[in-house]
Design a protein around this ligand. Structure first.
Ligand SMILES: [Zn+2]
Length: 257
């Protein structure tokens, strides 16, 4: 096994363990509960879950998705988030090596997954993900020196102002809350990771995806609340991975053909 392959495997295992913690955040932060205490319990019988029953993915499979004590079902969401996080961190280390860029991308994608889950489940984007992520994004930008920090601050300001403006206009036009405060704080965080051009691309992609998915749904069923954070998360991920390529393509073919 080469050093790179070993690093990829280690990143996958650590990612799955982080995924286990992310599950706790996804469940507790929307209820403003601590993620440190108490230890995880079975929602069915209240038994504290032992460490050997809390091994990412493996324990869920061995117990066939049931509590060891009362046999009540444990949601498949737990192993799926752990699996996604393991795959995500393995991919990012495989693709970018053990670099600050990889760490930054891994942290960013983990936050986005957390936001997508809480917004899809409960229409909430906890401040711990948005504002906490903003602080982490600004700190990580320092790995690219003061220029990196300036980019991140401008990006965060752009994300905040753009969504705040869209929200203010929407409120005036439709007399309805068009943009939640959670979306505004989320885009400040996203801006710290992808810069101001990335903010524009993210919002464009998020709105496009949201329209493609939700317009057909609203035509066939009753009016639904749109978890915009889910689509902004997908747009953010695409922007982080391919944003500079898309922006360069746009400049060369649309702006200066
Ligand atoms: Zn139980």
């Amino acid at each position: 096994m080469t050093v790179d392959q070993a690093a990829t495997v280690v990143a996958g295992v650590l990612g799955a363990m982080l995924g286990s913690f992310l599950n706790v955040c996804i469940h507790r932060w929307p209820r403003e509960e601590s993620v440190v205490r108490p230890r995880s319990r079975c929602p069915g019988c209240g038994q504290t879950i032992a460490w050997y029953d809390n091994i990412p993915v493996v324990s869920w499979l061995l117990l066939r998705g049931r509590c060891r004590h009362c046999r009540s079902a444990i949601s498949a969401q737990y192993p799926l988030v752990e699996l996604a996080m393991g795959g995500l961190w393995a991919f990012i280390i495989w693709r970018y090596g053990v670099t600050w860029q990889a760490v930054s991308g891994g942290v960013f994608f983990s936050i986005l997954l957390g936001i997508a889950m809480t917004d899809a489940r409960e229409y909430i984007i906890p401040d711990e993900f948005s504002l906490g992520g903003l602080v982490i994004g600004l700190l990580l930008s320092l790995s690219r020196g003061s220029a990196g920090l300036i980019d991140a601050v401008i990006g965060a300001a752009a994300g905040f102002l753009l969504l705040w403006t869209v929200g203010a206009i929407g409120k005036r036009m439709f007399k309805e809350e068009a943009m939640g405060g959670g979306d505004i704080k989320m885009m400040a965080m996203v801006g710290a990771f992808v810069g101001w051009q990335g903010v524009l691309l993210t919002v464009f992609l998020g709105a496009l995806l949201g329209t493609i998915v939700f317009v057909p749904l609203s035509l066939i069923g009753p009016k639904k609340l749109v978890p915009f954070g889910v689509f902004l998360s997908l747009g953010s991920a695409a922007t982080w991975l391919a944003g500079s390529a898309i922006i360069t393509w746009y400049r060369m073919t649309v702006l200066e053909p």
